[in-house]
Ligand binder design. Structure first.
Ligand code: KG4
Ligand code: ZN
Length: 348
């Protein structure tokens, strides 16, 4: 069990640039968002059907300075009013991570502020602690030990979180991340990028029982696999194409989404029982999915914490929040800190 951390009052400037969003935020005491800016590159990458790393890194260079300047302006603060700078160190695209990292180092040097490197996945977890509104609307504080399901475009994993900043990875996807599966299936169904929101929208008009897609359980492990499900959708799409029949896009989207939700909820509840946790926490871009949120909130066995919708997909609020707990614990990184494109949570 971790030593309890004493939590001093502090304002943290967070910077995030691990993938295709350039983001900055100011968060007070780890839990109250004072300002947040997310400059999305979605339109730039849409024509490639996924993130093009070289394009992402060039766009971060163009956006990072105005995004940081604007967030301080929005918060009515200057660098003199913040206590530390938290920045995403990894995991992510190397060429994207270095842009945020260099900005953070420059600001730390110029304003003589402590620098704190943060793991992006840890950021997603801490997004559940934050109120995007004001201090009177704080979400209930998650209780340890908790079971964290991380579901994003690059990751799908179950972590046991015993206390602040204390993670044990139980398992993860053996193939596609769940967000990646949403994006790939959306492409099969000729839906727009990113696929998650597009599938959710189509699914709302469809019948989730129209197709009985597999719900791989991988008994005896805490791992997931989504490639079989993706192939099952592909097979049905091919059948319709061969028969030259119009694709039942809404029914396929709804049935695919239902299979994903059943798989994620089933395994997470099973792990929560096994490890006798107090709470479940679901975070990452896919936690924005309405069907997934509804399914988790519908079960009454475990209290479930899911971030506010604006904090599910990549943002810098979550980095500032996780950075606050690291700052409170005494973490200070040097200007030599390098980015870590591959950085498992359990190695923190
Ligand atoms: O956390 P995130 O913004 O970036 C990564 O760290 O990967 O997650 C992005 C992923 C994308 O794959 C996107 O399709 C998915 O989250 N996503 C959704 C929804 N909103 C975003 N998936 C399902 N339903 C949604 N509403
Ligand atoms: Zn993310």
């Amino acid at each position: 069990m971790n030593d309890p951390i004493s939590l001093p009052p502090a304002r943290i400037l967070g910077i995030e640039s691990s993938c295709d969003e350039t983001a900055a935020a100011v968060v007070e005491n780890g839990r109250v968002q004072l300002a947040s800016i997310v400059a999305s590159q979605v339109d730039l990458h849409a024509k490639y059907g996924g993130v093009f790393p070289e394009v992402a890194s060039r766009q971060h260079i163009l956006s990072i300075f105005p995004v940081v300047e604007q967030v301080l302006y929005q918060a009515h603060l200057t660098l003199n009013d913040v206590d530390a700078i938290a920045v995403t160190r990894g995991p992510g695209l190397a060429g994207s991570l270095v842009v945020g990292m260099n900005m953070a180092k420059g600001l730390s040097l110029a304003a003589d502020l402590p620098l704190v490197g943060v793991n992006h996945l840890e950021g997603h977890i801490y997004s559940a602690w934050v109120s995007p509104g004001d201090v009177t609307h704080l979400p209930p504080e998650p209780k340890f030990p908790l079971l964290a399901l991380l579901v994003s475009g690059g990751h799908t994993e179950l972590n046991l979180v015993r206390g602040h900043l204390d993670y044990q990875r139980l398992g993860g996807t053996l193939d596609d991340a769940v967000g990646e599966a949403f994006d790939k299936v959306a492409r099969l169904l000729n839906l727009s990028y990113p696929g998650g929101p597009a599938i959710q929208k189509a699914a709302a008009e469809g019948n989730a029982e129209a197709f009985n897609f597999p719900r791989p359980r991988l008994e005896g492990s805490w791992n997931f696999s989504f490639s079989g499900l993706k192939t099952a959708v592909l097979r049905v799409v091919r059948e319709f194409e061969e028969k030259q029949k119009p694709l039942p896009v809404e029914n396929l989207a709804a049935s695919f989404q239902a299979a994903v939700v059943d798989t994620l909820v089933g395994k997470t509840i099973q792990a929560a029982r096994t490890f006798e946790v107090e709470n479940i926490l679901v975070a990452g871009g896919v936690s924005a999915n309405r069907a997934l949120r509804t399914a988790f909130l519908a079960q009454t066995e475990f209290p479930v914490h899911i971030p506010s919708l604006s904090l599910c997909t990549d943002n810098a609020v979550m980095i500032a929040s996780a950075g606050y707990y690291r700052y409170a614990k005494g973490q200070r990184d040097s200007l030599d800190m390098d980015v870590l494109p591959t950085w498992p949570l359990s190695q923190l």
